[in-house]
Design a protein around this ligand. Structure first.
Ligand code: SF4
Length: 348
């Protein structure tokens, strides 16, 4: 965080941090907006949370806390500020509201969706529970509040294995990310099935399985391939490759490390490879490069998450100026979703 309200001081501070990743004309422009955001943030008694996927000028200026979805969920639960401005996507802002319902939670862009969250509805979860009665439902935090409300417990990419293990059951429904589910199944030695919408087309009772998945995918991590990795390794044989668990199991297997965005950041900070390649959202590579100027970060990035990309300093300023867009959730959804999220937080 750069807690400057003076545009000149903000510019110099941003320049010191970001001159290797952001052009100077952009820093000048953005520093004025960031300084005004900080002034308004103090005036309105707000806290700003910034996800690791925020673009570098935002990530490195106005957030009071940055991190992955679990780290930010914890910060949201703990804050005593009146307003939480969530610089991330909608499901994250909803989680902040679930954990601290008396606060005003603002999402700076109205849409800011997510292909994973959009892949499943609350009715889909109810249908699965009817089809697999008594099987507990684990839901990735990348889902909307009404889906969380149908779940027994939530998980993140960082604690998914621990959450599944904590249930001590023979079977678990794990939703909605196909690749994260396959990666967890592989790590825990479980057989996984992906039921067709029409139960008459399968014979569940005859199958040997311990996990039931769903065919949702992150449109960003789905793009990385084993061929990408082979090409980079050909050019840089001593590269260390880090893959997010939302990448396919084949991509994860071909990488050197797999973990949540927070785990990837810690891995880079605590190791000393000649080159690193991150298989995750592009902006995070820039943010890690800015924080670790001595480390060589290769880029395999042509695509940003279109949803994360909606959140900019300009939108964040407008959110504080106009008190928009307020996250509102029905009381019963809030309460039921809170149980699933709190249960996850208790595990860690
Ligand atoms: S990076 Fe993937 S999982 Fe994250 S918000 Fe974008 S689409 Fe959703």
């Amino acid at each position: 965080m750069i807690n400057e309200t003076d545009p000149q001081k903000m510019y110099r501070a941003m320049q010191a941090k970001l001159s290797n990743v952001v052009p100077d004309f952009e820093l000048k422009l953005k520093s004025e907006i960031a300084a005004e955001i900080n002034r308004l943030k103090a005036e309105k008694n707000a806290v700003i949370l910034g996800h690791n996927y925020m673009e570098p000028t935002l990530f490195n200026s106005v957030p009071d806390f940055v991190g992955d979805s679990l780290e930010l969920a914890r910060r949201a639960a703990q804050t005593d500020k009146d307003i939480i401005v969530f610089c991330g996507v909608r499901f994250m802002a909803e989680t902040a509201k679930i954990l601290n319902p008396t606060k005003t939670v603002l999402l700076p862009a109205k849409k800011a969706g997510c292909s994973l969250a959009a892949s499943i509805t609350a009715q889909d979860v109810r249908d699965l529970k009817t089809r697999f009665p008594g099987v507990p439902v684990v839901t990735y935090v990348n889902t909307y509040a009404d889906v969380k409300a149908e779940s027994d417990i939530c998980c993140t990419s960082g604690n998914a294995v621990a959450v599944v293990a904590s249930l001590h059951t023979d079977r678990v429904i794990f939703l909605p990310d196909e690749y994260l589910a396959r990666n967890v199944a592989k790590e825990t030695g479980k057989e996984i099935i992906f039921p067709t919408p029409d139960p008459r087309k399968t014979t569940d009772s005859e199958l040997n399985f311990q996990m039931i998945g769903w065919l949702g995918r992150c449109e960003v991590h789905d793009k990385f391939t084993v061929e990408d990795i082979a090409n980079v390794r050909k050019q840089f044989p001593d590269v260390t490759i880090l893959a997010h668990p939302e990448c396919s199991p084949a991509v994860v297997a071909a990488s050197d490390f797999s973990g949540s965005t927070g785990a990837m950041i810690r891995f880079v900070e605590n190791s000393s490879a000649p080159h690193y390649l991150l298989l995750t959202e592009c902006a995070m590579g820039d943010n890690i490069a800015a924080a670790n100027p001595d480390k060589d970060m290769l880029r395999l990035c042509s695509v940003r998450c279109p949803h994360m990309n909606e959140i900019t300093l300009e939108e964040t300023l407008e959110a504080l100026q106009k008190n928009q867009y307020v996250i509102e959730l029905p009381q019963d959804i809030l309460e039921r979703a809170a149980r699933a999220v709190q249960r996850m937080i208790a595990i860690g």
